[in-house]
Design a protein around this ligand. Structure first.
Ligand SMILES: [Fe+2]
Length: 382
């Protein structure tokens, strides 16, 4: 008699066309909670003609995944074109991107560590490492998992001729210009294709997220990948919150640590970070970011499954919108049906761990400077 498992196999149930592609692709794969992209192992990636690795983070979710492209000194990737979105963040090195639109028009821009750019959907592009001595490492988050699961057809995805004209934007969006929309705290947005330096771009206050917290959303190449950069002020930390899996967090400047835990967990998982790391909380896992450096810390979050312009699910829509125009569920207290833990509701151990870190690093807590609600212990200590 055939077992259920054998019958399911014979019926070709439970397929994962993305993982099938990974296997066909012959790309090196690493799996884990997070990685230092400066040291992650890369191996030849035939498609790109350089080295690469699929950086499969446990919390990567269903929509997107991360790759790292490691371009040796003075070399270039082979030209690529594909029917999935791709946002790139430069971890180290310098180089340029050449983009060729189906109408023959070309764009070229130069990048360095902390640059971010998007490849407009289905345009031809190449990455060049212009440095004769040092390699360039470019991390990318793509919507290939979603695209491959829907179409499971390499020819359609990699050899499609369609020109998505509304993904190109303005010419100067390839040179660092953009359009700023000031909507409200947490929803302020910079629309562009290329951000030359995430460590320098001006952010806007989002105090609902934490004392001194700064933020800016990016809308890149009119796509549906969510991107934002946040800054944690020295001597402070952000509030905890949770959401769906798939938020790839790239640490950009400063140093610090994050605590991660799921409802009911007795202990926290701690991730210590410095620039160049990537990690992702798993589904509904609370996460809270703390800086331990004398300068503010910034990170970049790249998240598949929709953004504030194009939310792909009702849940994503609720994250960022509220009927009264105020904060969506992402920055609303868990007491009010949201997913954020206000300072006054957090586990007291969280502030104790942080105070110890402040002592160790010789940093004076700065919560008072920013006013607003503060962790209970910080108020009690006064
Ligand atoms: Fe988050």
């Amino acid at each position: 008699m055939t077992s259920t498992i054998e019958a399911a196999k014979a019926a070709r149930l439970y397929q994962d066309p993305y993982m099938d592609w990974i296997e066909r692709e012959g790309i090196h794969v690493v799996n884990g909670l997070g990685f230092d992209l400066h040291t992650v192992e890369t191996k030849p990636w035939p498609r790109y003609g350089v080295n690469g690795v699929a950086v499969h983070i446990t919390g990567r979710g269903d929509w997107a995944s991360c790759f790292a492209i490691d371009i040796p000194p003075g070399t270039s990737t082979t030209p690529q074109r594909h029917l999935y979105e791709e946002v790139m963040y430069v971890v180290e090195g310098r180089g340029s991107t050449e983009i060729e639109l189906p109408n023959g028009k070309t764009h070229s821009f130069e990048w360095q560590a902390h640059s971010m750019f998007a490849i407009p959907l289905n345009v031809r592009y190449r990455l060049h490492n212009g440095d004769g001595k040092n390699r360039a490492v470019v991390a990318t988050v793509t919507s290939l998992p979603l695209t491959m699961k829907i179409y499971h057809d390499d020819e359609f995805i990699f050899e499609n001729k369609h020109f998505f004209k509304d993904r190109i934007g303005k010419d100067d969006w390839f040179t660092g210009a953009g359009d700023l929309s000031l909507v409200r705290a947490g929803q302020n947005m910079w629309e562009t294709n290329f951000v030359p330096d995430l460590s320098a771009i001006e952010l806007t206050a989002w105090s609902e997220r934490g004392a001194g917290s700064m933020n800016l959303m990016f809308l890149l190449a009119n796509g549906n990948m969510h991107a934002h950069t946040s800054e944690i002020a020295t001597g402070t930390y952000k509030k905890a919150h949770h959401h769906e899996a798939g938020a790839h967090i790239f640490t950009v400047t400063g140093k610090g640590y994050s605590l991660l835990w799921s409802e009911g967990d007795a202990d926290f998982i701690r991730v210590d970070w410095k620039p160049g790391m990537v990690f992702a909380p798993v589904e509904r896992q609370f996460h809270q970011h703390f800086t331990t450096s004398q300068t503010p810390s910034r990170y970049l979050a790249l998240i598949g499954g929709g953004n504030a312009r194009y939310p792909l699910t009702q849940k994503k829509r609720d994250y960022s919108t509220a009927k009264d125009g105020g904060q969506g569920t992402i920055a609303k207290s868990t007491r009010d049906g949201g997913s954020q833990i206000e300072y006054e509701d957090q586990d007291p151990r969280i502030h104790e761990i942080w105070l110890e870190e402040m002592r160790k690093n010789g940093i004076t807590p700065q919560f008072e400077k920013f006013g607003g609600p503060q962790p209970k212990q910080a108020v009690a200590a006064r």
